[in-house]
Design a binder for this molecule. Structure first.
Ligand SMILES: [Mg+2]
Length: 234
């Protein structure tokens, strides 16, 4: 177990999807329904791996989020079927994709209580730092009922080291004064500890392939099982 020097920390930033509320299982379910609709038109090819290739190739220009996912679903359906997929099936695929914009963003058990405790303590500023599309992520924050518990909400196109530096600049702190809490070692933990900050890693049962990164031990990283566990260290 490592050392989080809480006296150093001024801001705690929280990832949103799959840290505060479920997201990936809705995507997995959408992809499963998509696979069933598309299968008759794919000449036996593997839908999941070709979809991932399309998503990855669209990433540099479209970024993360639901709209990019919907476009990738449609593009992959057209390509795999060699443009033979009926419009009525494409319409159903469109509906599967856009339904993700209605994610209820119900907080995981203990999230609301834990954030409220931290907020009321006045000890730290709380931020939500999440990748994705502006309106979709803002809507989820509002639907979650957690919006008022954040001093700052930052929706970003990526979570590279530079994005963390930009966040810290906006907040008026050094990276060594930031603690990031999240479910992705690649996006939420690795960049900030590389910059001298801190991370609390809360793995979720499902992980998007694109977010995979080999985990490693680090003095500034703590791994916990559930969200409320973070209070033990703060
Ligand atoms: Mg996440």
């Amino acid at each position: 177990m490592s050392n989080i020097v809480k006296e150093n920390i001024r801001v705690i930033a929280f990832d949103a999807d799959d840290t505060l509320w479920d997201n990936q299982s809705l995507y997995d379910e959408a992809e499963k329904n998509y696979g069933q609709l598309l299968a008759p038109y794919t000449f036996g090819q593997d839908i999941s791996s070709t979809l991932f290739k399309v998503e990855s190739s669209n990433m540099p220009l479209m970024g993360y989020g639901t709209k990019a996912f919907v476009i990738s679903l449609m593009q992959n359906a057209l390509e795999m079927s060699h443009d033979t997929i009926p419009a009525s099936v494409l319409h159903k695929i469109l509906n599967i994709g856009t339904s993700l914009l209605n994610n209820p963003a119900t907080p995981f058990p203990g999230v609301r209580e834990t954030l409220t405790t931290l907020y009321d303590s006045g000890r730290y500023k709380l931020a939500c730092f999440t990748k994705g599309e502006l309106l979709d992520q803002e809507n989820k924050c509002r639907r979650s009922g957690l919006y008022h518990l954040f001093h700052h909400i930052e929706i970003t196109s990526d979570k590279s080291e530079q994005d963390y530096i930009n966040l810290c600049t906006k907040l008026g702190i050094n990276p060594s004064e930031l603690l990031m809490v999240g479910n992705s070692f690649k996006s939420d933990i690795h960049p900030i500890v590389t910059l001298g900050g801190y991370g609390i890693y809360i793995p979720y049962k499902r992980m998007w392939q694109y977010e995979h990164l080999e985990e490693y031990e680090h003095d500034h990283v703590i791994q916990v099982q559930q969200f409320s566990d973070i209070l033990q260290y703060l």
